[in-house]
Design a protein around this ligand. Structure first.
Ligand code: B3K
Ligand code: ZN
Length: 866
């Protein structure tokens, strides 16, 4: 198979510097599908136009296609008039323009990679980004070739009553032998990665949206009939997103129809195909009984994200895949802004930063580190990363901080206007921002090129007599693979000084730009001793070391006027307390306990914020702060602190639990905040080990009128040694065994458990009849979640490593893209003790030695070995 790699062969590397414009342009393409799960034929009629003077032949990409016919200007070509080499079809052409036609055969039902045209639960659907279109037909599969698509498809009417593609349906009718057909036309030129087609037995939740210029858009969310009642939240989110993009970015929708289809087998979250978004069903289907508040939020975020791509991605697309962050970083930033506008901004920001720290900082610090705009890849699917997405979003946020919101908006207007209909670069985006604002982003551009999380050191010295303070800032950017030397970055840091006694801001917030290796900033007129509040709102994706003592951190956690900074101070206090214990230093829990007590009692704070602020940092986050991670010691130290917090504040947790209980389900920011606090309080009550804790958890589990409360209680039970644990897991399974998305939660809650026997439990679950390696959601909910469970995965025997490596190999034969995404936990071997490190390396070597490895897994495993 073309995309399989023998371990010995070195797969080819694509480099950013090698970019060349396409030799041939394709203004028009007409596709004709005779659909059938077993055997589908695809006829493609390409209008090709020579791009400038050259004598290169037409080269078309293919992957696993059975080529049946090739035509040129209406004449069938003989074999020999074209060449097929390594799945690339080469046709010599004379003149400036030609019509080239191919006929190929594909087998959707056998497509387990879920790239190209495949079958999911009886639905035929497509996924083309990044390079899946070549698995449908021969084509120059690159994002800078834009075409107008005309699509005709024919299928059995009973099995596939609904036929959808991009644009608008312009004709449909009956064919022979119970078949029917539809013709779709998309007037907007687009790259082939945005092509989509769906055929299936689907029902629609229909609605409409009137754009600000008065155009009525027909909206539809297509799902299996039984799932229709679960589509209301996604539809509301879609309409909110459409209105939001008009209001905040001045962007209007540009067609008469917008369709979303939900499928159960999908490699990631969703896909922004022009006017026909295809979604993993977990990001569409929700009701109170089966989806948590976090699920609801994620659905709104992903619906918004895909919708926003219509401008940031579709109308302006990427020149090449190295520019991926141009659309992904910007669109993540846009969906983060949208989500922040739906509820508490601080809580949304805490979520963004948690995600960045959990996924991107470790990536930046490990063997797979790469710049936001990578320089090279073996398999582009491996670069849909937290760095390209989430750090990419932070880059846009920094531009906004530097320019200010008004100039930022001018810049985005200019960018959309200037590049509409084009395939653009990250450089184009930055230039538009500069041109609209007059700002110089010269040094800022380094953020696109240099990998690694910059480390900022901040020291504030106060001279009481001179009433002045000097802030000394310095920065280093750590070495990363292929980048030993780094230059200083432009780091925007919102900074304020608070009075040590008054707790009030004595120097109001201002944006400090750290641009040198080291810089001094002087503040005058400071009679009161100041306390430093820096990187407020998390303006820059950096780590800050400021040597604050526990007392100061506790002070900031209570007094900082930026809620994010309060959260941050508390987190730092907690992390340092845990690390002290792990490192065998004298540990004092009192400042954390006092800070948590004060936060719980602060009537001015909203409940959602309180809940986020009093959660202990995860074991892996603590591990990420250490040179050598000791998973057992971290677990012990964190549990000791958790137990102490639980005991010392027993009354406070019960009060918080009582105050946030007893209200009927409602979906609102306030109600969500109460549920979140209830969950956190229940966790602490359980950690206290009081006799009535199991009863409380069971009561919540059984009596819950929503999944948020039920899952929270199940999580507490699944972590416990209580006899009630098994009954709760069994009950949950019996209740939801027919609902795949909820059953994923059942697998996940067990894979994430802090119990000592989690590895054994996870091994057993992998043999459970409901486990499936083919379904990416199920695979991730067990194997992916287990890889993120630091203590269980790094169990001293090495069983966890073997388990993961076995699964990567098994999954690779089925779905390389999804298999490769499971690999990063093994790449952390340098951070663990010698024995663990050696076992992890051995598993990576075993993976690399396997025959027929995909290039996806090859790239991740070989880079992880370093
Ligand atoms: N653009 C798609 C991601 C495609 C991933 C391909 N490996 C979804 C998104 O980011 O919106
Ligand atoms: Zn995206």
């Amino acid at each position: 198979m073309s995309d399989m790699q023998s371990a010995a062969a070195t797969p080819s590397v694509t480099r950013r510097e090698d970019y060349r414009p396409p030799d041939w342009l394709l203004p028009e393409i007409a596709l004709d599908f005779q659909l059938d799960p077993v055997r589908t034929t695809v006829r493609a009629r390409l209008t090709v136009v020579r791009n400038e003077a050259h004598d290169e032949p037409l080269r078309l990409d293919g992957d696993g296609l059975k080529l049946l016919e090739v035509w040129h200007n209406g004449k069938r070509l003989e074999e020999g008039d074209w060449q097929l080499d390594n799945d690339r079809l080469t046709i010599p052409l004379e003149g400036g323009e030609a019509i080239v036609e191919t006929l190929v055969e594909i087998a959707p039902e056998k497509n387990s990679q879920l790239m190209g045209l495949y079958a999911s639960g009886g639905i035929l659907c497509t996924q083309c980004e990044a390079e899946g279109f070549r698995r449908i037909t021969f084509f120059p599969d690159r994002p800078d070739v834009l075409s107008r698509y005309s699509v005709r498809m024919e299928a059995d009417r009973d099995r596939f009553p609904v036929l959808l593609s991009n644009g608008e349906c312009i004709e449909s009718g009956d064919g022979e032998d119970g078949r029917h057909w539809a013709r779709w036309y998309d007037p907007w030129p687009k790259p082939c990665y945005l092509f989509a087609l769906v055929a299936g037995d689907l029902a629609a939740n229909r609605d409409s949206f009137t754009t600000r210029s008065g155009k009525e858009v027909a909206l539809a969310i297509w799902v299996r009939e039984a799932d229709l009642p679960k589509t209301g939240h996604a539809m509301a989110a879609l309409k909110d997103s459409m209105a939001w993009d008009e209001r905040v970015y001045g962007r209007e929708y540009d067609l008469d129809q917008f369709n979303i289809v939900a499928v159960s087998d999908f490699n990631f979250g969703a896909m922004e195909n022009k006017s026909l978004n295809i979604f993993n069903s977990r990001y569409i289907l929700a009701d109170a009984e089966t989806a948590t508040d976090a699920d609801f939020d994620a659905i709104a975020g992903v619906v918004a994200h895909e919708y926003f791509h219509n401008w940031s991605g579709n109308r302006v697309t990427c020149r090449d895949w190295f520019q991926l962050s141009l659309k992904e970083g910007f669109t993540v930033f846009r969906d983060q802004q949208f989500s922040a506008d739906q509820g508490s901004e601080a809580v949304a920001r805490i979520g963004d930063v948690r995600m960045l720290r959990a996924a991107q900082f470790p990536e930046d610090a490990g063997p797979l580190a790469h710049p936001v705009r990578p320089e090279s890849y073996i398999e582009i699917s491996n670069f849909y990363t937290a760095t390209v997405y989430n750090k990419g979003a932070e880059l846009i946020r920094m531009v906004q901080a530097i320019l200010g919101p008004e100039d930022f908006r001018k810049g985005s207007d200019l960018y959309f206007e200037r590049h509409d209909g084009e395939a653009a670069t990250c450089e184009d985006f930055v230039t538009a921002m500069e041109d609209a604002s007059g700002a110089d982003l010269g040094q800022f551009r380094l953020w696109y090129r240099q990998a690694g999380t910059p480390k900022v050191t901040a020291r504030l010295d106060h001279d009481a007599e001179g009433a002045r303070a000097v802030l000394t800032l310095s920065q280093t950017v750590p070495a990363t693979p292929d980048q030993a030397e780094k230059r200083p970055m432009a780091i925007p840091l919102k900074t304020a000084l608070l009075g040590e006694k008054s707790g009030r801001p004595i120097v109001p917030e201002r944006l400090v730009m750290l641009e040198e290796e080291s810089q001094e900033i002087v503040f005058d007129g400071l009679t009161e001793r100041p306390v430093l509040s820096i990187n407020r709102h998390f303006t820059a994706p950096v780590t800050v070391e400021s040597n604050k003592d526990p007392k100061t951190l506790a002070f900031l956690s209570a007094h900082d006027d930026d809620p994010f900074a309060r959260y941050e101070a508390m987190q730092q206090l907690m992390v340092e307390t845990i690390i002290d214990a792990v490192s065998g230093r004298q540990t004092d829990h009192a400042p954390v306990i006092e800070a948590v007590r004060r936060t719980l009692a602060d009537g001015d704070l909203d409940k959602a914020f309180i809940a986020e602020a009093v959660i202990l940092p995860s074991e892996s986050f603590v591990g990420d702060q250490m040179l050598v991670v000791d998973p057992e010691a971290i677990h012990k130290a964190r549990e000791a602190l958790r137990g102490d917090l639980a005991r010392s504040l027993a009354e406070d947790w019960r009060a918080a639990y009582a105050a946030s209980s007893g209200n009927a389900y409602e979906y609102s920011p306030a109600a969500k905040g109460l549920r979140r606090l209830r969950a956190v309080a229940l966790g602490y009550i359980a950690a206290d080990g009081a006799d009535d804790a199991p009863g409380l958890a069971v009561r919540q589990f059984e009596g819950a009128d929503n999944m948020t409360d039920r899952q929270a209680a199940l999580g507490v039970l699944a972590n416990s040694d209580w006899p009630e644990r098994i009954a709760a897991l069994d009950d949950f399974y019996a209740r939801y065994r027919d609902d795949a998305l909820v059953l994923d939660k059942w697998f996940m809650v067990q894979a994430m458990s802090i119990r000592d026997d989690t590895v054994t439990a996870v091994e057993a679950l992998a043999a459970h009849p409901d486990f499936s390696i083919e379904n990416p959601n199920r695979l991730r909910s067990l194997v992916g979640a287990f890889g993120g469970n630091q203590r269980a995965f790094h169990t001293a025997s090495g069983r966890g490593y073997r388990f993961l490596a076995d699964f990567i190999l098994k999954a690779d034969a089925i779905n390389p893209q999804t298999a490769a995404r499971l690999l990063p936990p093994l790449g952390k071997w340098r951070r663990f003790d010698e024995q663990r490190g050696a076992m992890m390396r051995a598993e990576l070597e075993r993976i690399l030695a396997a025959p027929d490895l995909s290039k996806d897994v090859f790239e991740q495993a070989s880079k992880s070995l370093g």
